[in-house]
Design a protein around this ligand. Sequence first.
Ligand code: ADE
Ligand code: ZN
Length: 343
Amino acid sequence: MDDHKRLDFIHALPKVELHVHLEGAIAPERLLMLGRRNGIALPYDTVAQVRAAHAFSNLDEFLGHFGAVCSVLNTSEDFADAVLDLGADARRQNIHYREVMFTLAQHQRRGIPLEAVVAGLQIGRQRCREQHGVEIAFIADIDRTMSAAEARAMVDSLATFSLSAGVVAVGMDGQEVGISPATHRDAFLRARELGFHTTAHLGWDEDPEAIWEALDALPLERIDHGLRAVEDPRLIDVLVQRQIPLTLCPLSSLAVEPGRYPDLAAHPLREMWRRGAAVTLNSDDPMMIGQDLLANYIDVARAYHLQRDDLVRLAGNGMRAAFVPEHLKREWLQQLDRYAAPS
Ligand code: ADE
Ligand code: ZN
């Protein structure tokens, strides 16, 4: 496939996205607008300054910037606007379904009530459906730095709102090193008990031992990133055998951790794909990183010389790993087959 054909094929390919953070998807224009609307003093005045400020060289540095971006979200309307932007952006990229993570602790820490957050998510999701024909579901992420009791209380509080607002899963993000994932076992068990799906950011900074520990202690259906699993061939065997979906965000890894991942050839996605792991492509924090899902597909396709069948398999992996009923997955996969069929 020549490059021009490949770009067209990727653009129109029906796609889902399973790992994108609401806060990290706020466009610079929206960030400045929300800052003004809420009287928040930001360290930047122009779009160019926002872009220039978003420079990092490791996860902890990135997380410092992420916290600053969170501060512009204060009212239900702010959350609804941020979600609606994700819907418009999804339609532009031919993403018909997006699972959007939000980090509740970042907002509760600033005194924003859960009710305000969830009301905004619900309004935004409805507007995405009406205005863009895009379906949005939410993943409520535990911030790993929370205490076990705080995380458990967060999950309990979500029970009241979950279904009507489209919160389908509980996840986990934030700092890794120094905090065992098993800290939040109780919260994850409770999440499953309440009928939520589960996923967790693992193995970005922390060593493969932490991924083993999480697989043992937490009832996880998917893993977000899981990059350092490649250092342990036995662990990769398990991920392949069990076909545990991995939501990888290669351009995010390159942007946030350039020392460890200088280019896509050095990214663990290559080995995971080669070994037959259930990998999916995602953007993570597209606006903070400056790379969307299309860019991830395009750069990966070029770097690994992917052909039509490979791209269809990647898109299908996302659909199979989505937190939606089986009948919907079948419908999506049939649509994908029709798209891929030679005309
Ligand atoms: N918060 C937002 N993006 C994140 C990531 N990729 N890893 C950990 N925490 C995050
Ligand atoms: Zn993430």
